[in-house]
Ligand binder design. Structure first.
Ligand code: NAD
Length: 353
């Protein structure tokens, strides 16, 4: 199927108009971010529970915004340019298809969908309609991961051979995560897998994954996982993760070691990513220069949710493609679902999308 060119651009003399659907926990971060983006107006708030929409309307003083429980009706009444999808993963498919049926693009929360089939269907529907369709992957828009990516891409450490992430935290969330199946892989690991794709600039090929719920876990299922991905370009990405690790927590960004043919980058998720690059060879060990990675490039895309929303507005006005366009970001979801399949089958699984 050939994708149509993106639908007409939003002219500079009027705001980009958005309807937010799913006024739960994450919607506050979206509305806070949206309020800082020039030329963007939230014209509608939708939730199955109208009280949640009304609460956000009052909290963010969006008194002109239409509220409702039915996305279809609010889209018909407000005719926006974009839907912000902050619903639960099971509802992302129906939300996107409803938006597309009104000729409206979608910027949605991760994960793209709850199954690969639905994600593929959404990508095809968005492309067929020629509409904007992208996923919020806010951890890509972290200033330090941009420094890591720029350094790797610049080639000073040679060609990347390995990407290794440790994620060890012990959050006691309470709520739905306590009983969710594959809780670490489904709810959190997509951020780390997406970050690994960004860092090495390669696509996933296959995965072997072992998932377990360790003794003492306060989750019902799958709080720990270890996965090994083969990526294109001969790169191997390894992931060791736990959501019930008591003590010595990593950051939410993970603790990374990236190996290359002429050096290594280490990043603990904080503000001081470092590199060691080979300066001399021939001895038992090579000689190295150690350095903190260069500062952020002025044109780097950062800002978490706000940065992604800004970029969506820019693409709607100027054209181009969002970095987290659904047709590419489906690969991060495919990594999660293939890891789960491998954990369940005990087999190596090809990652397809
Ligand atoms: N990017 C991040 O760092 C991050 C962090 C947490 C959650 N998330 C993602 O954000 C999304 C929302 O998570 P949350 O924690 O806000 O969940 P939540 O349960 O707090 O809120 C979801 C809201 O959506 C509403 N809703 C569900 N189905 C709907 C439908 N069909 N139409 C209208 N409203 C509907 C619910 O009534 C609820 O108010 C999920 O996809 C989650 O994975 C992302």
């Amino acid at each position: 199927m050939t994708a149509r060119p993106l639908s007409p651009r939003v002219p500079a003399d009027r705001p980009v108009r958005a309807v937010l659907v799913g006024c739960g926990g994450m919607s506050a971060a979206w509305l806070r971010a949206a309020a800082t983006v020039p030329g963007l107006e939230v014209v509608g708030l939708v939730d199955l529970n109208e009280g949640a929409a009304l609460a956000r309307q009052s909290e963010f003083e969006l008194l002109h915004a239409q509220t409702g429980t039915d996305l279809d009706a609010v889209l018909a009444a407000t005719r926006p340019d974009l839907v912000f999808d902050c619903t639960i993963p099971d509802a992302h498919h129906a939300t996107a298809l409803t938006a597309f049926s009104h000729g409206v693009g979608v910027l949605g929360e991760k994960p793209l969908a709850d199954t690969l089939e639905r994600a593929q269907d959404m990508v095809q529907a968005g492309q067929h309609a020629g509409l904007f369709h992208a996923v919020i992957q806010n951890r890509r828009y972290d200033p330090n991961i941009r420094r890591v990516r720029a350094f790797v891409e610049g080639g000073r450490m040679g060609a990347v051979t390995g990407v290794h992430a440790d994620f060890f935290l012990g959050p006691h969330f309470g709520g739905f995560r306590d009983t969710m199946e594959h809780v670490l892989l489904l709810d959190m690991a997509i951020h780390t897998f997406d970050a690994a794709r960004l860092i090495c600039g390669q696509d996933p090929v296959s995965v072997t994954c072992h998932e377990w719920n360790p003794a003492g876990s306060w989750y019902a299922h799958g709080a720990n996982a270890v996965a090994t991905f083969e990526m294109t370009g001969g790169v191997v990405f390894t992931y060791r993760g736990s959501w019930c690790a008591e003590g010595f927590p990593t950051t939410w960004e993970s603790d990374w070691r990236i190996t290359g043919t002429r050096g290594t980058v280490r990043w603990d998720g904080g503000d001081h990513p470092r590199a060691a690059v080979v300066t001399g060879t021939g001895g038992f060990f090579s000689e190295f220069e150690e350095m903190e990675l260069p500062p952020l490039a002025p044109d780097a895309r950062t800002g978490g949710h706000e940065g992604l929303i800004r970029d969506a507005v820019r693409v709607l006005r100027e054209g181009g493609t969002a970095e987290t366009v659904a047709s590419d970001n489906i690969k991060s979801l495919a990594m999660v679902l293939a890891a789960i399949e491998s954990a369940e089958s005990g087999q190596k699984v090809s990652v397809t999308w």
